[in-house]
Design a protein around this ligand. Structure first.
Ligand code: NAD
Length: 332
């Protein structure tokens, strides 16, 4: 049995769907701070059976003990966390409490229960302003905002834990830019309020909910002047987690892996692809660069391919068409 923290959220729910497809049993713990029971209901439709769900917080030690006592949990996929860079700048203590203290409480509960296999949702944000592209896992980390620092702190905690007790099996997965949705149209990203990320914003513009996309900076040293990122389909990410679990089942250790495609896509290329998927061009306006944004970021994804035999297969067209299907379905 696998415990999925944050399993009602965007990446967690897609990974639960993929766990079920791969024949794994799982139980979800989520405090619904950034998700709803509706997502759990839709996940149940995708997997075709009831999902074992606990509405609660990873900082609740007593609840964690009850979950570990009630299910034979052999591994944990730890997605639960707050994820907005700008919110973390405004509310750093909330981020350290939720992401760092929350992870600490979870690790303590795992230790009490004798469960020592963990896959942790880290982020390319830990690299900060990387000196070279593509970004490799052995490059120095220097997060530039509180959110990134919470990820880095948890990663350091995991490294120390594994050095103290080599029986832990840990995978720290550094996601690049997750986008797209489940092919059924039943699962996808449901941002609350104004989306922080490009793709959900573009999807809302395409469906007429917002007038236009603001492109921050068209004078970067990139082919079309706009920022370049490594977008990775959320179902490829989900499969990366299943591959990480399979790897950890055979190999103790503490591995750090980039999960990205290794390809960069510019903002204008993304708008173009989304326009094709939705059938009409995406209106946009250009604004000055945002402080803190880097020109280019994409992964060297070769370690994940060597260690996990995992490669992201889905291209930008599928990312856009799946996101568009989800936008249409979730608007009704
Ligand atoms: N989406 C991205 O762009 C991205 C990129 C890199 C890393 N990540 C990381 O991946 C993980 C999942 O991201 P996501 O995009 O699915 O976010 P999400 O907000 O959709 O999902 C996170 C889930 O965790 C739950 N949660 C938050 N704090 C909790 C707590 N204390 N106890 C229990 N549940 C809690 C939320 O209700 C939500 O359902 C996060 O840790 C995030 O930092 C996300």
């Amino acid at each position: 049995m696998i415990l999925v923290t944050g399993g009602a959220g965007y990446i967690g729910s897609h990974t639960c769907a993929e766990l079920a497809r791969a024949g794994h049993d799982f139980v979800v713990l989520d405090n619904l701070s950034n998700s709803t029971m509706d997502a759990v209901g839709r996940l149940e439709r995708v997997v075709g059976r009831p999902v074992s769900f606990y509405a609660g917080d990873i900082r609740d030690a007593a609840l964690l003990d009850r979950i570990f006592a009630g299910h034979e949990i052999t591994s944990v996929l730890h997605f639960a966390g707050l994820k907005s860079v700008s919110d973390s700048v405004a509310r750093p203590l909330a981020y350290f409490d939720n992401n760092v203290v929350g992870s600490l409480r979870l690790l303590e509960a795992m230790q009490r229960a004798g469960c020592r296999t963990l896959v942790f949702s880290s982020s390319a944000t830990v690299y900060g302003e990387a000196s070279r592209m593509p970004v490799r896992e052995d490059m120095a980390c220097a997060a530039t905002n509180p959110y990134g620092r919470t990820k880095l702190m948890v990663e350091e905690m995991l490294g120390d834990l594994h050095r103290a007790d080599g029986s832990w099996r840990i995978a720290r997965l550094r996601y690049f830019n997750p986008v797209g949705a489940h092919e059924s149209g039943l699962l996808g990203e449901s941002p609350r309020g104004t989306p922080n990320n490009l793709m959900p914003y573009v999807a809302q513009v395409a469906s007429g909910l917002r007038p236009r996309v603001t492109v921050y900076g068209n004078d970067y040293p990139t082919p079309d002047g706009t920022g370049v990122r490594d977008y990775v389909h959320v179902m490829d990410l989900a499969q990366g987690h299943v591959a990480a679990l399979a790897h950890l089942a055979k190999n103790p250790g503490d591995i750090v892996l980039n999960l990205g495609t290794g390809k960069g896509t510019s903002v204008l290329e993304m708008l173009d692809a989304f326009g094709q998927a939705s059938g009409s061009p995406i209106p946009y306006e250009v604004a000055p660069r945002r402080p803190g944004d880097v020109a280019v970021s994409f992964a060297d994804a070769s370690r994940a391919s060597e260690v996990l035999r995992w490669v992201a297969h889905r291209g930008i067209e599928q990312m856009c068409s799946d996101a568009w299907r989800w936008q249409l379905a979730s608007a009704t």
